[in-house]
Ligand binder design. Structure first.
Ligand code: GTP
Ligand code: MG
Length: 229
């Protein structure tokens, strides 16, 4: 199935904290997925940055709480589309993966599709230490849910609206994309992957957390705990 045949409305939710590349990503997303997609930016930046965002004619939600999981949840709850997508705003994830993932969800082959970065990492884009962390957490996820996933913390994913409706009232816990993967797996929704390229972050510092080590251990703990709740 090509994108031309997809009649379902796509909502793209992008979490941002002062990301310079989001403006380019908005243009690329419209080019790739169609001008009529709904774009929702859930933002935690300065007033000046928000003014710049508004010139792009996107819906801007200013995040009041904290954390990327809450930002994503807020965006998806506000979204009107029947296909819900997300991509990080730092230009590191190959945007083409969104189209591939939308096609899979749209054709009903999977309810949730992750963009797997690990087969195509640009030199210097992911340290050996972070690759180890991402792989370990994906392995934990795979064991907990008997579902092989290689990159559960990717910043690119697409999900079916009906599947999201089943988890929309949950309070997200601090596991990034892992939260959506775990809760959907728990409810037996199908999960699939598409390969994407992963580029080096070229603009500004990381926004996610001060310590990826603590974040990583915290995620492992929360995934385990939630699995047996
Ligand atoms: N609204 C919002 N956006 C966030 C928050 N934390 C991170 N982001 C955004 O989420 C995306 C992913 O964050 P990154 O800082 O790239 O995290 P990362 O990919 O683990 O770190 P790098 O490897 O340094 O890129 C980016 O678009 C950030 O701007 C948050 O608490 N709220
Ligand atoms: Mg990043």
């Amino acid at each position: 199935m090509s994108l031309m045949e997809i009649k379902r409305k796509i909502s793209l939710v992008i979490p941002t904290i002062e990301e310079e590349l989001v403006f380019k990503i908005i243009d690329q997303a419209r080019e790739l997925l169609g001008k009529d997609i709904e774009i929702i930016i859930v933002d935690k930046s300065s007033d000046a940055y928000v003014k710049r965002l508004q010139t792009k004619k996107v819906k801007v939600i200013r995040q009041k709480d904290r954390g990327i999981e809450n930002a994503l949840m807020t965006g998806f709850r506000a979204a009107k589309g029947s296909i819900l997508a997300s991509i990080d705003a730092d230009g590191t994830h190959e945007i083409k993966g969104l189209k591939d993932a939308v096609e899979i969800v749209s054709s009903g082959k999977a309810d949730f599709v992750l963009g797997n970065r690990l087969n195509n990492v640009q030199e210097g884009a992911m340290s050996a230490y972070l690759r180890f962390g991402n792989t370990s957490l994906s392995l934990i996820f795979s064991l907990l849910y008997s579902k092989k996933v290689h990159d559960v913390l990717t910043g690119l994913f697409v999900m079916d609206r009906e599947a999201f409706n089943d988890i929309k009232d949950l309070k997200p816990y601090r596991t990034g994309t892992g939260f959506f993967a775990a809760e959907l797996a728990k409810k037996k929704y199908s999960i699939s992957e598409v390969d994407i390229k992963y580029f080096k972050r070229e603009h500004g510092p990381s926004k996610l957390t001060k310590s990826k080590l603590f974040y990583g251990f915290g995620m492992a703990y929360l995934m385990l705990k939630r699995r047996f709740d």
